[in-house]
Structure formats: structure tokens, C-alpha cells
Design a protein around this ligand. Structure first.
Ligand SMILES: C[S@@+](CC[C@H](N)C(=O)[O-])C[C@H]1O[C@@H](n2cnc3c(N)ncnc32)[C@H](O)[C@@H]1O
Length: 298
């Protein structure tokens, strides 16, 4: 007990040091390490990477070697000189040119979510998001901090799309949507503006931002505008019914606490919200990927 050989102690250390791994990813993307290596004609040494990303040689060397340990980079040493190149993982997901790039998502997480998570204990204590403490923005303005500049707005938009470049297929093929000729992804102010008439309304990662009252208000508005026989496709990460998993969805729910007014929900919770708004024929599909799909009909 209590020795560094102890499994429990190692696990504790892994958990405690996990934030450093996230920061390595965020920083390497922010500095453009993977893009530089993707554009280079061959592997680059520390001095070339440091010069290319405008960073210190010492810091760059530490960062690159950790990336090797994390399997984000490969290193080869010739004549005592180390040269680095991207692995398949970083080429696929960490270079901006890749169609499955997650760079904007990681930059958004580093610049926005991570900063809110720094106030997690307060969020738990107070049961509300931490925008005021983190960005000086009123807690009820959920998207003011995220859209705090044109650059951040664009970054967030790209981040949203990046997730679907990897996860889109599994949620859009969960149900046969060919019976819905006219689909609508809502824009404008969906709480106030008139909604366009459609056969299918897609609400992806929207309900998890809001408390039950606002979700019900939005779903009732959609129900009233939806064509008879039409439907609603809700795309969210579903919690297990006992709310004790999956771990990633539990973490997302905590993220909703620090960043929104909402939470991740179980299939039963979504069923209740949808049926009280009038929707019937509730079906849900766990896709096995990060996001799941729910379909209900008018
Ligand atoms: C978590 S994002 C999900 C976006 C997109 N559906 C996706 O899955 O990639 C939530 C979106 O809701 C939008 N939003 C927030 N309040 C809104 C409102 N009152 N009317 C319309 N859109 C709103 C935000 O701008 C943001 O783009």
C-alpha cells in the first residue's frame, strides 16, 4: 500500500497527470507542429521544427519527444541526430489538410473548454457554468464566450464540422431517413423565430445545451411546425439508463455543467421530453461511436 509499485497509486497518478497529455496535444496543434512536418519534404530535426513553429529549441525538443511517447510522432536517429515525422494517427487527425482533421476541435478545447474546466470544483459547488469566472461573460449567455471573436467563431464552426467528418456516417445511417424528403437543420433563433416547415428536423448536440424547460419549449415549437407524419432526429451522446457510463458521455455531461445550462441524458429522459412535446414512435440507436441517434414521429 502506498508504494510506487502499487496499482492504485499508479492509477491515481495516471488520472492526475492526464491533463498534461491533453495540453501536449493542444500545444502541438496550436504551434502547428504536425502541419509543419506534413509539409516538409522529409523528417525534421529539433532545430528545424523549432525554427518552423517559432519556438525555443529546448521546449520543442521536450514536446517532440513526448509526442513520440504518445505515438503522435516517429523519431529516427542518424549520426546522433534525431529527426521527427508524423505517424498515421497525426497525419489523419492532427494535420489541417486531412479531411478527418480534428485540429480546430483541439484548439477550441484548449482555448475554451479547458479554461472552463479549471473552475470545475466551483461548477460542481454552484451547479452552474463558469463563463463569468472564466471569460467575464454572463452565465446565461452560453455562446458569447465561444463566439468571442471572428477567429474563435470560425474555429468553433470548423470544430463542429470536424467531429462529423469522423462521426457523421454512423448517426446519419442509424435510421432510414429516405422517407423524409425535406430535412431541416434549424438556424436563426430557434426559441423565437418562425420555424420552416419540413418532414424531418435534425437537432444535433442542441438539446444537451439546455435545461429541460427550454428543451420542451423548443420541441413543442418543432412539433407544431412539423408536417404530419414527419419526424425529429436527435443526435446526442446517450448516457446509460443508470447514468454510470459510458465514461466519455459522463465527462461530456460534466462539460455541459461547466459550459452550458444542460446535461447529457439517458434514452428515457429523451423519450420523456419528446413524448411530452407530442412526438410518438420513439426509437433510439446506440451507434457504438461517440454520438447516438434518436428518431421520433409526429
Ligand atoms: C453544440 S453546437 C451544435 C451545432 C451542430 N448542430 C453540430 O452538431 O455540429 C450548438 C449550436 O446551437 C446554436 N444555438 C444556440 N442557441 C441557438 C438559438 N437560440 N437558435 C439557433 N441556434 C442556436 C449554437 O450557435 C451552436 O451552433
Amino acid at each position: 500500500m502506498g508504494s510506487s509499485e502499487d496499482h492504485a497509486y499508479r492509477l491515481l497518478n495516471d488520472y492526475a497527470n492526464g491533463f498534461m497529455v491533453s495540453q501536449v496535444l493542444f500545444a502541438a496543434c496550436e504551434l502547428g507542429v504536425f502541419d509543419l512536418l506534413a509539409e516538409a519534404p522529409g523528417p525534421l530535426d529539433v532545430a528545424a521544427v523549432a525554427a518552423g513553429v517559432g519556438a525555443s529549441a529546448h521546449g520543442t525538443e521536450l514536446l517532440l519527444d513526448i509526442c513520440v511517447s504518445l505515438k503522435l510522432l516517429k523519431v529516427e536517429t542518424r549520426g546522433g541526430k534525431a529527426s521527427y515525422r508524423n505517424t498515421e494517427l497525426s497525419s489523419d487527425y492532427l494535420t489541417t489538410v486531412s479531411p478527418t482533421s480534428q485540429c480546430s476541435m483541439l484548439k477550441y478545447m484548449g482555448r475554451t473548454s479547458y479554461r472552463c474546466w479549471g473552475h470545475l470544483a466551483d461548477a460542481v459547488r454552484e451547479g452552474r457554468n463558469q463563463y463569468l469566472e472564466t471569460f467575464g461573460v454572463p452565465a446565461e449567455e452560453l455562446f458569447t464566450a465561444i463566439y468571442r471573436s471572428d477567429g474563435e467563431r470560425l474555429q468553433f464552426m470548423q470544430a463542429l464540422q470536424e467531429v462529423w467528418s469522423v462521426n457523421g456516417r454512423s448517426v446519419l445511417t442509424a435510421f432510414d431517413l429516405s422517407v423524409f424528403p425535406l430535412m431541416c437543420d434549424l438556424g436563426g433563433d430557434f426559441f423565437k423565430d418562425p420555424l420552416p416547415e419540413a418532414d424531418l428536423y435534425i437537432l444535433a448536440r442542441v438539446l444537451h445545451d439546455w435545461a429541460d424547460g427550454k428543451c420542451s419549449h423548443l420541441l413543442e415549437r418543432i412539433y407544431h411546425t412539423c408536417k404530419p407524419g414527419g419526424g425529429i432526429l436527435v443526435i446526442e451522446s446517450l448516457l446509460d439508463e443508470d447514468r454510470r457510463g459510458p465514461l466519455l458521455t459522463q465527462l461530456y455531461s460534466l462539460n455541459m455543467l461547466v459550459q452550458t445550462e444542460g446535461q447529457e441524458r439517458t434514452p428515457t429522459q429523451y423519450h420523456m421530453l419528446l413524448s411530452s412535446a407530442g412526438f410518438r414512435d420513439f426509437q433510439f440507436k446506440k451507434t457504438g461511436a461517440i454520438y447516438d441517434a434518436i428518431l421520433a414521429r409526429k
